[in-house]
Write a protein of this length. Sequence first.
Length: 273
Amino acid sequence: MKISVSILAMCIAFAACNSNTSTSNKSSFESNLDLYERSLSLTDYGTALVALNMMLLEDSTNMEYTDSLARLYMRSGNFDAGLSLGKRVMAAEEKNYSLMELMATAYEYKGDPPNLTKSYRNYKKLYEEVGGTKYLLKMAQVGMLQGSFDAAKKKLEEVVASPDVAYIESPKSDGSIQMINVKAGAYMLLANYYFNEGNEKEGVKSLEQALKVEPDYEAARLMVQRLQQYQQQQASMGQQQAYQQQLQAEQEKARKLAAYKRKEAEYMKNKKK
């Protein structure tokens, strides 16, 4: 009878342990979910990454959380981890266009030729399947990074001529993001194209158009400032060059005068003899 009571007590204890473990697991998951949502609301991406990873330890097949983790990694600058997870999600969800766009941006930021090719392919697929001038603009931008300037110029002219109204993100100098009209972005890239070609007149016109479309476009304003500084430097260099040329002319004049006086002195000396 004593043995039976002991066995019964052990069974109750094991059952209690199992029950506590189950409750603990559920509580842990819910706690991490709460932590993740709270971190996102505070834009605390580091803590959100930790919470998501803990959630995926309990359910590694959950594509929703894998998708969220991939996006967080890419937005925080860890492109390799984000792209690796993103590929897993895209293998299961081929039409996940928002993730495809973010991956295209991550490939673009990596910047080496193979990743630029992947970026271009993603943007091209988005343009063909979703449509919109913002993807045409991004194709042109990546194309310029690849050195395909003339093809990129044609795409930018299509964006400018299109009646579509769309907006894209543009990074600001303080690290924040500014939403700008795609036409302003196209004019900005056209300005870069013309300046690279040495066509300053058309470059300035394109910059003016960019600011006409989007007066608060910081990147365009900064380019205008840099252009003005360059022009001032060139003017200053021109003035310095003119001064140097004038100085050299005066020195040459003085040298010739001194040589003439020496010859005159020698002539007078010889004449006295």
